[in-house]
Design a protein around this ligand. Structure first.
Ligand code: SIN
Length: 309
């Protein structure tokens, strides 16, 4: 297993060549010191998805721990747990059938003006087999586009709509919804299609399952382009897959990835807790130049150099 030598306080092991890392050697509930905490955030910036293993969280210390990452983002749809304003419980019982929560590739709350910057999901009860979560990189999706496609999309806005979001959540009988959750149906927001990450500067394609149209094009004209972008974004070589264990806290850089919960564990129980940290209004990439090497590419170079030495 490759260990990223840039981290001194925690063990960080990349999961695939595209994104994702396992983190071991930190107890987030025990308020790690500032340098250790900075390393966890740095790992999230570099890998976009991190699975922090062997945590011992309950909904209360989870909420307190999460607050260290920034202010909580609003969630206009899901009702929080009683007495815990920012923690949502997802339960799937062995007898449940039909779609699981978060099935199909999506970005959390992409139709908000500021989609969450970080989503956290803590696994308490995990099926003995199945129930993994897959992620894919929108940074790699951008890098895979031709110069012509980038030039066509650069400077354009995408219209993201909450239509259908209430209905899909209302199908989940165990999921608490806010009283005004149906307002999501009327919500629309424009985000740039080609964005720059405010921390790393990496460019990414802002495509999501709720992207309806592209500025300057009709919905009919937009549809095949959106489908193409989703096809590129979900190519398997841009994925990582988190195999959960009880006590795994998975965090993701929500605007830079899409994710899907796998529906393959009927007959088993799964209990997870989600919270979201405020993000930013997506920032248009300033130009269409080739993206600088991603931090992950830098790791590959580093290892090549170390092997060559
Ligand atoms: C989600 O989409 O937020 C849930 C993902 C999961 O349950 O694996």
């Amino acid at each position: 297993m490759l260990r990223d030598p840039r981290f001194k306080r925690i063990d960080v092991s990349p999961i695939t060549g595209a994104l994702g890392a396992d983190i071991r050697g930190v107890d987030l509930a025990a308020s790690p010191d500032e340098e250790t905490f900075r390393e966890v955030k740095k790992a999230l910036d570099i890998y976009h998805v991190v699975a922090v293993r062997d945590q011992q969280l309950n909904p209360h210390n989870y909420q307190a721990m999460a607050a260290r990452f920034g202010p909580f983002s609003g969630n206009p749809v899901h009702a929080p747990m009683e007495g815990l304003e920012h923690i949502i419980q997802f339960i799937r019982e062995p007898s449940d059938t039909g779609k699981v929560i978060g099935e199909d590739w999506h970005m959390d709350l992409a139709w908000m003006v500021k989609p969450p910057g970080i989503t956290m999901l803590y696994g308490e009860v995990i099926p003995p087999v199945g129930g993994d979560t897959c992620f894919t990189s929108l940074v790699h999706a951008y890098r895979a586009l031709s110069p012509g496609m980038r030039a066509m999309l650069h400077g354009r806005m995408g219209l993201h709509s909450g239509k259908g979001v209430f209905a899909i959540n209302a199908m989940q009988s165990r999921l608490g919804l806010r009283k005004d959750a149906a307002n999501a149906e009327e919500t629309e927001v424009e985000h740039p299609l080609i964005c720059a990450h405010p921390v790393t500067g990496e460019r990414y394609v802002f495509v999501s399952s709720v992207l309806r149209s592209i500025s300057g094009l009709t919905e009919d004209e937009s549809r095949p382009i959106i489908k193409y972008l989703m096809d590129v974004a979900t190519r398997p070589e841009f994925h990582c897959r988190i195999r959960w264990e009880p006590g795994t806290l998975t965090m993701w850089d929500n605007p830079c990835v899409l994710h899907t919960a796998l529906n393959d564990y009927t007959g088993f129980r799964r209990v997870t807790y989600r919270t979201t940290i405020e993000g930013w209004a997506p920032v248009a990439a300033p130009d269409i130049n080739e993206a600088a090497n991603t931090p992950l590419a830098a790791l590959h170079q580093l290892n090549t150099l170390e092997l060559a030495a």
